[in-house]
Write a protein that binds this ligand. Structure first.
Ligand code: AMP
Length: 302
């Protein structure tokens, strides 16, 4: 099954207690598509500027990533700069330069319109909706990510878009902000009234929680001795999650739970090194080994 993603392809400047990088490849759609491509074919929709070279584009080569929908425009590629706190639980955005992203109007190439699995990464909610309008038939699964920026600035647009998605995947701060509720289960109940059938809450080093009308399910974060750069963990999680579901072609409770594990596995690889360094060099056997390790980690009898 083909998986469509729309979102940012970027250059990032990142500062963590372990290092600093002035300009490395990043972007939500980049992390997502590389992570998901270990599971299934991915169709990428995004935009880059003239400064995005063949060498940068090499990240997508040799993988199951179709970049027909990656537009090239005059100007500079989206740029984001962030700094992490000592314990890496907090992140300050130092700069967001939209550049070519400012006038981005996602256009789906004809074959993309039949995609059945769709991930709307963090962009303006109206643009997310415009992607759904271009899809020819009813997709099997639509998941969406958003952030405080859109929750604060475009609440009406966001609510309208949420009516059309099955899964909302956000972090705990965004969950609280969107619902005006501190308790995550109560927050989830509010959010599920807005349209999504499933809420996936990403909680960084505390793992992730999935809530829908009948069940809640949690996974821990994979225990790691070294975390170097949390950038892209959420998008890699989403890539593993959606990639797994698209690869099975089934959306049911058991597969959703496995998707949570594969999401956590992909997030855990990303944070171990800077940028895409670890994510881009994985073997499928390593992914499955870590998934099995997860199973052992959480097994118990009563
Ligand atoms: P994450 O750490 O999963 O939240 O994602 C980090 C990635 O999101 C970085 O590589 C950034 O380039 C990208 N990013 C940061 N801010 C934005 C934004 N406002 N819109 C789209 N992408 C963004």
């Amino acid at each position: 099954m083909s998986l469509l993603v729309v979102g940012s392809v970027a250059f990032d400047a990142i500062e963590t207690p372990f290092g600093k990088s002035d300009r490395i490849l990043g972007g939500a759609a980049t992390y997502f598509s590389v992570a998901a491509s270990y599971f299934t074919r991915v169709r990428l929709v995004g935009i880059v500027g003239e400064d995005f070279t063949e060498k940068d584009a090499a990240i997508f080569k040799g993988r199951r990533i179709d970049t027909t929908g990656l537009e090239r425009a005059a100007g500079k590629t989206f740029f984001w700069a962030g700094r992490y706190s000592e314990n890496m639980n907090e992140r300050t955005t130092l700069a967001t330069e939209l550049n070519v992203f400012a006038d981005f109007k996602p256009q789906l190439p004809e074959p993309y319109r039949k995609s059945e699995y769709i991930f709307l990464a963090n962009i303006h909610p109206a643009l997310q909706r415009s992607v759904l309008h271009q899809v020819a038939r009813r997709p099997k699964l639509v998941a969406l990510d958003t952030m405080n920026y859109w929750i604060e600035r475009t609440p009406v647009e966001l609510r309208e878009t949420l009516r059309h998605v099955h899964i909302l995947m956000i972090n705990d701060t965004e969950t609280r902000q969107l619902s005006n509720e501190h308790n995550l289960l109560r927050a989830a109940r509010h959010i599920l009234e807005l349209g999504p059938k499933v809420l996936v809450i990403k909680r960084g080093e505390y793992g992730a929680m999935m809530v829908h009308s009948r069940h809640a399910f949690t996974v821990p974060a994979f225990p790691l001795e070294q975390v170097h750069d949390p950038t892209g963990a959420g998008d890699s999680f989403a890539g593993g999650f959606m990639g797994h579901l698209a690869s099975t072609g089934r959306v049911n409770e058991a597969e959703l739970r496995r998707a949570m594990v594969y999401g956590s596995v992909m997030g855990s690889f990303t944070v171990e090194k800077f940028g895409l360094e670890q994510l881009r060099n994985l073997k499928r056997s390593e992914i499955h080994r870590r998934a099995r390790h997860f199973s052992k980690l959480t097994q118990f009898t009563l």
